[in-house]
Design a protein. Structure first.
Length: 218
């Protein structure tokens, strides 16, 4: 399971996962209505203060942020050419703010707590046919398979290097095949455990009882 949680006892860690997710959603929505680079700058300073309060090592924080710096730099450069410096600053600050907030939530919240919080947030939608346990399962599987797919990609890359191929577009084909096989195996495993997406749990239990009463010959 992919987990970047940094264990510590701080006020930031103590905030419930559901509250963190709601705040992340609220800030992620509000930030696009802010038109002042200065306000976004103060927001970035507040997030940095939260990192310090959570006692996140600066190396960890910087490492998580470096993955989006090239992408952000390209977008800022494009905005400088097509628009102006103020717009470029807004774009860069928004991206950095959202990524830093998402990293802060990830680093200060256990994966199990995030999944439980998501299930709790969608539970009021259960009367509309939304099944919280299914949403939680999807989130858990997504988190689980990020490192799995990365491992598959590393294996394909290692096999290509062994054949003397360093960079090739053919890298995607074997990775896609391995990923599809993995998905098929997962689907069969879930189906064998009775996770039928079109069947309600009560109906599934009733069918199992009927099969048990009818015997193995039916």
């Amino acid at each position: 399971m992919l987990s970047l949680h940094h264990e510590a006892r701080t006020p930031v860690h103590a905030v419930p996962a559901g509250v963190k997710l709601l705040l992340l959603f609220a800030v992620g929505t509000t930030v696009f209505f802010v038109r002042s680079p200065a306000v976004l700058g103060w927001a970035l300073a507040a997030v940095c203060l939260c990192f310090a309060t959570a006692r996140i090592p600066w190396r960890t924080a910087v490492r998580q942020l470096l993955t989006v710096v090239p992408f952000t730099a390209v977008l800022v450069a494009v905005q400088l050419v097509l628009a102006n410096g103020r717009t470029a600053a807004l774009v860069g600050e928004r991206i950095l703010l959202l990524v830093m907030l998402a990293n802060l939530v990830t680093l200060t919240t256990r994966t199990s707590a995030v999944i439980a919080a998501i299930e709790g947030l969608v539970r009021p939608l259960a009367p509309l046919g939304v099944r919280p346990e299914r949403i939680g399962l999807v989130v858990a599987m997504t988190i689980r398979f990020i490192p799995v797919i990365k491992e598959q990609a590393d294996q394909v890359r290692a096999a290509q290097r062994a054949r003397g191929v360093e960079r090739s577009a053919a890298f995607l084909t074997p990775l896609l095949i391995k990923t599809l096989r993995l998905a098929d195996g997962l689907g069969e495993a879930l189906d064998s455990r009775g996770l039928d997406p079109d069947e309600q749990p009560s109906a599934r239990r009733r069918n199992r009882r009927q099969k048990a009463v009818a015997g193995p010959d039916t």
